[in-house]
Design a protein around this ligand. Structure first.
Ligand SMILES: [Zn+2]
Length: 295
């Protein structure tokens, strides 16, 4: 395998390689236009590329270890940064507890962009990946801890997993609870009311509640200011008639509000995803009169 310097220098020479520095390109991004003239420098341990518009210079420090990872959607970082024009720039955040409004909305809008560009399977995969990373680090603290997440351990992954990914998943859950129409109306209302100002979770909640009969105080308390995640016991049974299925969702700890997706497979092989809104300690959801056999 090439050493770290050669890897960096080869990639810098590749006109299609894109560079994202800092968390999701939070510090800087560098990319070249097709056919753009570029001057390359390759002097171990330093490699650089300079175009008429700018340049990037990287140094392979001793002990640098390249880590490979796959990206489900290659433009996610760029879409995230563009989304900051609305979330973070036009609508700011009041204090560090509220930074999720910037990072979470930018991250979720990047996911929405990916869905428009590549279809809903990409959305499902991205949300699944984000949920996994959020769950892995959920014990490290709530979203409202902001930049202090992982700060003591100097662990940027914690900040990314909670502030970016968990926030995006929370927004996705809220959308599925409220329904698309109310959710996006709430988003527009929040943007219009807070443009060129600094906003907080209470402002966001007020905008969303103006578009739904739901009360969302507990939703934001649990998901934004607390670190715990629900613990569930889920069982299902099919009535002897074979035409009714009952799914029971039991919350073992403090009750949360969230949408629970059940994938139903029928005997003819078709599958259907059903979203069950959960807010009680025990939720029995009956799927009846469907006229088809459930498995
Ligand atoms: Zn960001």
């Amino acid at each position: 395998m090439a050493n770290a310097f050669e890897l960096i220098a080869d990639q810098l020479a590749d006109p299609e390689a894109q560079w994202s520095l800092g968390t999701f390109g939070a510090i800087a991004e560098f990319m070249r236009d097709a056919g753009e003239p570029a001057e390359l420098v390759r002097e171990d341990p330093t490699a650089a590329v300079v175009t008429p518009r700018g340049g990037i210079r990287l140094q392979a420090l001793p002990g640098l270890k390249p880590v490979a990872f796959e990206t489900i959607y290659p433009h996610l970082f760029l879409a995230h940064e563009v989304a900051h024009q609305w979330w973070g720039h036009a609508v700011g955040w009041k204090n560090y507890h509220e930074q999720w409004l910037s990072e979470g909305l930018a991250q979720y809008f990047a996911v929405l962009y990916a869905g428009t560009d590549r279809g809903q399977d990409v959305v499902r995969n991205l949300i699944g990946q984000m949920r996994q990373s959020a769950a892995q680090y959920s014990s490290q603290g709530p979203i409202s801890l902001g930049y202090r997440l992982g700060h003591i351990q100097n662990e940027g992954r914690v900040f990314r997993a909670i502030e970016y990914n968990k926030s995006a998943v929370v927004l996705h859950m809220l959308r599925r609870l409220m329904g698309d129409q109310a959710f996006f109306a709430g988003i527009r209302r929040f943007y219009a009311a807070n443009r060129f100002q600094k906003a907080g979770t209470d402002d966001f909640r007020a905008a969303m509640e103006a578009e739904t009969p739901m009360t969302l105080a507990r939703f934001f308390d649990r998901w934004i200011t607390e670190a715990a995640i629900p613990r569930l016991n889920v069982t299902s049974r099919i009535e002897p008639s074979g035409k009714t299925a009952i799914v029971r969702i039991e919350q073992l700890g403090e009750p949360f509000d969230f949408p629970y997706t059940v994938s139903v497979q029928y005997t003819d092989g078709r599958t259907e995803d059903i979203t069950i809104p959960v807010s009680e300690a025990v939720t029995d959801h009956t799927m009846s009169g469907i006229g088809r056999h459930c498995q």
